[in-house]
Design a protein around this ligand. Structure first.
Ligand code: GLT
Ligand code: MN
Ligand code: MN
Length: 386
């Protein structure tokens, strides 16, 4: 009943199930699996798609013939597992060359190199059918603002994205770019730290229609923000091109935990907004298993992400069909239409009438909302008591 199917569009990055558990304080705990083995693992757990950074698939120093061999093996693995590549991206974070940023490095040669690396990575993604291209600027930021001009950095970022939009069009790749915000880590401060900042930035680009968002749960929760609200803003702007699902406690480092493992209520609202608005993109899990896991447990992690999503999807249906819940929502949202003449768009007559309207402020202040009752019902529904 909670089995993943292709129509659910569940995808994982090679870097997620392939994460060997290395962290700043400890070495890898799992052996490194090659891309084809990881695709087999994803096939086994029932995923629909796999995404990758250029160097998750092809090592940065690979020769052209090694590249071709790796890509051909990878394509065979995709075929034998019936798995697609919906999204690709560039690793602009790992190599020492990006120690001061990629598109926003103070060094113009590094900025040019970042464009070259991205164009080659876009070629690679296009070769295996990717249509979404993600930009996560992990190194685009500072530890000290003493040496870099933040306005120049934004200008460089914008110029790079404009250039790469043109490259995609020039090649006929048909990519849609999805920008992913994160407030900090690995840089002390990363530019454009939230989904809302990214949204503002997109409107300054040359081809804003080509560029949207890839919001990640953990990245908004790190900053203590409401992820569902960020998604609402993205949907309202028609910019939810992709999504990175995972989980995280507020205010911590980027934990990238299994989807739905920490903040169940937040996860419920998220699935609700995605399903109710008919979001049709990938449900991508950008998460990884605990460091204590072996590969059997990694599979349990991946299955868990998808299963929890589907359980929450069922809860969303249950919420919609629960008459007690729906009655309370109707009560909370009651509208007898008497204010229609005063709401909606502006006209000078309407303004005149509204300024003269005799509101009974004290009566209005006595109106309550049944949110305690409603929230308790939601909790009981989520805990399986309804
Ligand atoms: C890295 C980062 C993620 C990004 C990936 C894409 S890489 O794992 O923490 O949030 O989505 O570059
Ligand atoms: Mn992510
Ligand atoms: Mn993350």
């Amino acid at each position: 009943m909670y089995d993943p199917k292709p129509e659910h569009k569940f995808s994982f990055g090679l870097w997620t199930v392939g994460n060997p558990g290395r962290d700043p304080f400890g070495d890898a705990v799992r052996d490194t699996r090659n891309p084809s083995q990881l695709v087999d693992l994803l096939g086994e757990v029932g995923a629909w798609g796999v995404n990758f950074h250029d160097n998750d698939l092809v090592p940065i120093d690979a020769s052209p013939s090694e590249r071709d061999r790796i890509v051909s093996d990878f394509k065979k693995a995709l075929e034998r597992n019936g798995i697609v590549v919906p999204m690709a991206t560039t690793n602009l974070a790992y190599d020492p060359v990006f120690r001061d940023g990629a598109f926003t490095s103070n060094d113009p040669e590094v900025r040019a190199f970042a464009r070259q690396k991205t164009m080659r990575a876009m070629d690679l993604g296009a070769e295996v059918g990717a249509k979404i291209y993600v930009f996560w600027g992990g190194r685009e930021g500072t530890e000290t603002d003493a040496g870099k001009d933040a306005i120049d950095a934004l200008k460089w970022y914008r110029e790079a994205l404009n250039y790469l939009c043109e490259y995609s069009m020039d090649q006929g790749y048909g990519y849609r770019f999805a920008l992913e915000a994160k407030p900090n880590e690995p840089r002390g401060d990363i530019y454009l730290p939230t989904t809302g900042s990214m949204l503002g930035f997109i409107s300054t680009l040359d081809h804003p229609e080509m560029v949207g968002l890839n919001p990640e749960t953990a990245h908004e929760h790190m900053a203590g923000l409401n992820f569902m609200h960020a998604i609402a803003q993205a949907i309202d702007a028609d910019k939810l091109f992709h999504i990175d699902l995972n989980d995280q406690k507020f205010g911590r480092y980027d934990q990238d935990f299994r989807f739905g493992s920490e903040m169940i209520k937040q996860a419920f609202y998220l699935v609700q907004i995605l399903e109710d608005t008919g979001y049709s993109g990938s449900r991508h899990f950008d998460a990884h298993a605990y460091r204590s896991s072996d590969y059997e447990d990694v599979k349990a992690f991946a299955r868990g992400c998808m299963r929890t999503y589907l359980i929450l999807k069922e809860k969303v249906e249950q919420f919609k069909n629960d008459s007690e819940i729906q009655d309370l929502i109707a009560e909370a949202r009651a509208d007898d239409g008497s204010m229609d003449p005063h709401l909606g768009s502006y006209s000078s007559e309407k303004a005149k009438a509204l300024k003269a309207y005799p509101f009974d402020r004290s009566a209005l202040g006595k109106r309550s909302k049944p949110y305690e009752r409603l929230d308790q019902l939601l909790i009981e529904l989520l805990l399986g008591a309804r």
